[in-house]
Design a protein around this ligand. Structure first.
Ligand code: HEM
Length: 199
């Protein structure tokens, strides 16, 4: 039956949806590159993936302890995965990558930091898939693939808690672009580490 009620306007994208759209192509290229490196062929190759993850998470480790970010993102401190990645490398008898200064300054501006954290947190979603594939190498939450294991409350729920906080925090409009640039810089860092660790 015809109606003169106008169709509802499409909802404006949330901040997390905006970040996803801005980085989709980069993500998909990265995903393909990692899978093309056949990281599940053997534990040596998987260790290259762990080194890449270690170097990325070392770049952002200081952010998890920043009071300004903890105030915006509840449970931030517990989201750090660097220690688990280090343990995964130790499980496989692999040394940590050589010491290096983090790419991101520990006093990074809040929007920049949020962009980097979006990438680290979002990577948990793909991580659930990688976790399943790691089983073929005998790796799991107790050995070698600790950092890929889903959060006890479920990866999707853990991610939603993060995006809800991200979407609702108030930022000056001119800082939105800095957040997108932060996410893009994070993906660029990961790409550089993939090039070096998974040639
Ligand atoms: C082979 C490696 C990877 C695969 C197969 C993969 C796969 C996926 C999948 C299936 C999702 C969920 C998409 C959805 O539910 O909408 C996802 C999300 C995401 N991944 Fe990856 N991923 C990989 C590597 C990475 C890496 C290395 C990073 C960054 C360090 C990353 C960052 C993200 C982000 C930020 C999201 C969230 C997108 C959103 O906003 O919903 N991924 N990935």
């Amino acid at each position: 039956m015809p109606t003169d009620t106008p169709a509802a306007a499409p909802a404006a994208p949330t901040r997390a949806e905006g970040l996803k759209a801005a980085t989709r192509l980069t993500h998909d290229r990265l995903d393909q590159r990692i899978m093309a490196a056949r990281i599940f062929d053997d534990r040596e190759r998987f260790a290259g993936f762990l080194r890449m993850q270690y170097r990325f998470h070392r770049d952002i480790e200081a952010l998890y302890a920043l009071p300004a970010l903890q105030a915006l993102l509840p449970d931030l401190a517990q989201r750090s995965r660097l220690a688990r990645i280090a343990q995964d490398l130790a499980d496989l008898g692999q040394p940590l990558p050589p010491a290096a200064a983090p790419r991101l300054a520990s006093d990074a501006a809040v929007p920049t930091a949020l962009g980097w954290l979006y990438v680290a947190e979002g990577s948990n979603l793909g991580g659930t898939l990688l976790y399943k594939l790691a089983a073929a190498l005998g790796l799991d939450a107790r050995f070698g693939a600790r950092h890929l294991a889903a959060h006890p409350e479920g990866a999707a729920r853990h991610w939603r808690a993060f995006t809800t906080a991200l979407n609702t925090l108030v930022l000056p409009p001119d800082q939105e672009q800095a957040m997108v640039a932060g996410a893009q810089a994070a993906f660029a860092a990961v790409n550089a580490y993939v090039a070096e660790e998974l040639p």
